[in-house]
Design a protein around this ligand. Structure first.
Ligand code: ASP
Ligand code: MG
Length: 420
């Protein structure tokens, strides 16, 4: 017998028929004697619709009311899932974030989970109830108001519930059957990874792979929650119920790197098209200049990703290039223009037609020359690199978005990831 958290994303609960399919997956586990908590997203498209309505009501809305509205999507699917499970003779009950309670910070719209008191939910699940919990939402215990966790937050809810339940596995059911070496829509030869380390998954999530929300991976890594990504579109009776010795058979397990026997140097290529590049031309090349540029951006809560500084021939000036989320570009430009007299620069130019391509793998820690190989392969294809960043296990390059597909394919082949 295992304690299992089963999380279903928006496409898996997109309508009542799909919710019935989800219920069959749950029934398989219950029938096998496993203890189950279910975490659901809103029906696909529902959250987008709710966000659009909020913005239509007022662009300058109160974030607490934003949460009151957008949290409702998950309430619908949790209730419907419980109803369908009950109709199949399963002891099920829906739980909203505040009922669990999923306690969060006060940062409405992107709150962080601060804790889940274990008793309520554990008692229910241990007593054999299937607890169907709304993903994405929680409560600020200080104010008692409903909060939401930021887009994609249901993954994080699921991992947090797994921590509270001391679950054996947190199964994230989605519309793909695992984590791939890259996006199979771009590279048909992409392969499913049977296992991937927390560190790699974290880099993949932040480098643009949208399988899991970044925060969910952080949480899983900190608490060593064995997390598995698998598809809800496999027929429920074609899958075996969870046992601790069969997790390997399907999907991708996100786990400790020690549990990965055959480690590749590079295990995946990620790409992100939602970055924008800003170049500030001719700033004075003297101490304090970077702080004067990036200070105001930080104050405006704008995340800067890649940064490159080029010093001009005269040694007096520099150009500063950096990237932000494309959605933040207008705000970032406004901040830079406002700070013009303080920073002191000639002009500022920007472009959203860029893509960030990343090679990720914990094997890089012990292998030299990965970056050089990567740059050479891109150069051979005539692809110009606009910016570079690296971490211990990741190399990212910024290129023109027109070359994104070629770059991904080239690197996938270069690092031996193509399926044979
Ligand atoms: N429904 C929320 C969203 O669309 C949360 C989630 O699905 O993870 O972002
Ligand atoms: Mg998601």
């Amino acid at each position: 017998m295992a304690v299992v958290v089963m999380k279903f994303g928006g496409t898996s609960v997109a309508n009542v028929d799909r919710i019935k399919n989800v219920a069959r997956h749950v029934k398989r586990e219950v029938d096998a004697g496993n203890k189950v908590a279910v975490v659901v997203s809103a029906m696909s498209g529902a959250t987008n619709q709710l966000v659009a309505w909020v913005n239509e009501a007022s662009q300058l809305h109160d974030k607490r009311e934003y949460d009151a509205v957008v949290a409702s999507g998950e309430q619908v699917t949790a209730g419907l899932t419980a109803i369908v499970l009950q109709s199949m003779g399963i002891n099920a009950r829906s739980w909203q974030g505040w009922q669990v309670p999923v306690e969060t910070s006060a940062a409405h719209g992107s709150a962080r989970i601060t804790g889940i008191p274990e008793t309520n939910i554990r008692n229910a699940v241990e007593a054999g109830e299937v607890a169907v919990i709304t993903g994405f939402q929680g409560i600020d215990p200080k104010t008692g108001r409903v909060t939401t966790l930021g887009r994609g937050g249901s993954d994080t809810s699921a991992v947090a519930v797994a921590v509270a339940l001391h679950a054996d596995v947190c199964d994230i059911y989605t519309d793909v059957d695992g984590v791939y070496t890259t996006d199979p829509r771009i590279v048909p030869k992409a392969r499913r990874l049977p296992r991937v380390s927390y560190e790699e998954m974290l880099e993949m999530a932040s480098a643009g792979s949208k399988v899991l929300q970044t925060r969910s991976v952080e949480l899983a890594m900190v608490h060593r929650v064995r997390t598995r990504v698998l598809s809800s579109f496999v027929a429920p009776d074609a899958m075996q119920p969870v046992r601790m010795d069969n997790l390997e058979n399907i999907g991708t397990i996100v786990c400790d790197e020690d549990e990965i026997v055959e480690q590749q140097v590079v295990s995946g290529i990620a790409y992100a098209k939602d970055e924008a590049k800003i170049t500030i031309l001719k700033v004075d090349d003297k101490p304090g200049i970077a702080a004067r540029i990036f200070g105001p951006l930080a104050d405006a809560s704008i995340n800067v990703d890649m940064i490159v500084q080029n010093v001009s021939n005269d040694g007096q000036h520099a150009n500063m290039t950096f990237t932000v989320q494309a959605a933040e570009l207008p705000r970032a430009l406004e901040v830079i223009k406002k700070a013009k007299s303080d920073i002191g620069y000639f002009d500022v130019v920007s472009s959203a037609d860029v893509a960030k391509i990343s090679a990720i793998g914990i094997g890089m820690r012990s292998h030299a020359g990965v970056a050089a190989q990567m740059f050479k392969a891109l150069a051979d294809k005539g692809i110009n690199i606009l910016a570079i960043t690296t971490s211990e296990i990741k190399i990212s390059v910024l290129i023109d978005s027109a070359h994104a597909e070629t770059a991904v394919k080239t690197l996938h082949t270069l690092f031996g990831l193509d399926a044979t």
